[in-house]
Design a protein around this ligand. Structure first.
Ligand SMILES: [Zn+2]
Length: 408
């Protein structure tokens, strides 16, 4: 593969900006990025892929997250890549909480162009990283770089955060390139957020348990998760009947190199749609929640892409948006980077306010930290997560379910 080499932050950001324009052309969030080795060789460049063909393709397909999974996939194939501490990700937009958690979990460096005051980890442009759990702030301060923008326009800024790696000779971004990074994102964000709000309201949803087993929606759902629709609880109230499904996925998560997490998605009727383990041995950021939210989004995408509007509506009514159901984590979030990534990816799955009649959308069975500490982590997150979505994980109410997982 012919590699480009860049030793100027400006040149690297210009490549990322071209990717961001390609993302806008695709109709997704206008964000792009690239990954450089310790000499400035471009290992990979790509852009956001949350939206394809006007449909949610993968809510976790942000540039940085995809670059990190690409890195681990290449290493798994035997490619000799430098360790994450020698790798620099360059991105047009301040990383969201999911991507920041992924960057910190892997131990990568990042160079950031435009700010994101809603969802960026440096949303208050202080480089203090108060949006992160306290134990992660020092690592971010030494690996997240916000280069200087020289000039007198509103895009100008002093450098903050970490110093970019020493192979960079030029360490500044030009005003027009910074403006391009900011504008291409601003030009897309409202429309993409709107695409997250096009599903029918909960009262128009249909029960997939009523579908004939050979209906394409039921068949495709069972292909993703063979046990789908074999468990049902009272709406929004998971009980001990869910335990065997979680325990099986937790065992698989351990086989796949994880610590025994699993995440189930129940629909608004209480049907089990899927329950996923992580694949942490393949990539240090393929947690159970990442796998679960991606599997469900891609199931819906597969059924809707290229289909008639009538068929798309049928899919949306039988397989509603996750916000109207319940996500059940076997293990509650802790104060570490992977959990922070999960909280961010949860935000990227919702992208808008949770329904007021479903305040317990995010439930966990086994607590990792005290509820008070978890509440403080969520309250410190940038405005998209804390003010708009109001992420609020709570423990399941059913004591028998907690006891079943505690016994393991
Ligand atoms: Zn992101």
């Amino acid at each position: 593969m012919a590699l480009k080499k860049t030793i100027d932050v400006q040149a690297a950001v210009a490549i990322a900006a071209a990717e961001a324009i390609a993302a806008k052309t695709q109709g997704t969030f206008g964000v792009g990025g690239l990954m450089l080795d310790q000499h400035g060789n471009v290992l990979q460049s790509l852009h956001n892929n949350v939206i394809k063909q006007g449909l949610i393709f993968d809510p976790t397909a942000h540039g940085e997250r995809q670059l990190i999974d690409w890195y681990y996939a290449e290493r798994a194939k035997g490619r000799d890549l430098p360790p994450p501490a020698d790798i620099t990700i360059v991105t047009t937009l301040d990383p969201c909480c999911m991507c920041s958690g992924a960057i910190l979990a892997g131990g990568f460096n990042v160079v950031v162009a435009a700010p994101d005051r809603e969802a960026g980890i440096d949303h208050d442009v202080s480089a203090g990283f108060g949006a992160l759990p306290p134990a992660l702030r020092a690592q971010a301060a030494s690996t997240f770089s916000y280069p200087a923008i020289l000039g007198a326009s509103p895009y100008a800024r002093a450098a903050s955060g970490a110093t970019p790696k020493s192979f960079f000779i030029g360490k500044t971004i030009s005003e027009p390139t910074q403006a391009l990074c900011a504008l291409v994102f601003e030009a897309t964000s409202d429309e993409v957020m709107r695409l997250f709000q096009t599903d029918p309201p909960v009262e128009q949803l249909l029960d997939p348990a009523m579908l004939a087993p050979d209906h394409p929606i039921a068949r495709t759902l069972k292909q993703v998760y063979p046990d789908a629709l074999t468990y049902r609880c009272a709406p929004l109230a998971p009980d001990a009947g869910l335990a065997p499904f979680l325990l099986r996925a937790m065992a698989r998560d351990r086989e796949h190199g994880g610590d025994g997490d699993a995440v189930a998605l129940l629909d608004s009727f209480g049907n089990l749609l899927l329950c996923m383990p992580g694949r942490m041995a393949q990539s240090g950021i393929r947690s159970a929640f990442m796998e679960a939210t991606r599997a469900y989004a891609q199931l819906r995408y597969k059924l809707m892409a290229g289909a008639t509007p009538e068929r798309q509506l049928e899919v949306r009514r039988y397989l509603g948006h996750p916000k109207d159901g319940t996500l059940v984590f076997a293990r509650g979030p802790d104060a570490g980077a992977v959990s922070f990534m999960n909280l961010g990816a949860y935000g990227s799955t919702m992208e808008g306010p949770l329904p007021p009649d479903n305040p317990r959308q995010f439930q966990y069975v086994l607590p990792a930290i005290a509820q008070q500490e978890l509440d403080a982590i969520c309250a410190a997150m940038p405005p998209l997560y804390s003010d708009i979505i109001r992420i609020h994980p709570t423990q399941v109410a059913d004591r028998a379910l907690i006891d079943a997982l505690t016994r393991g």
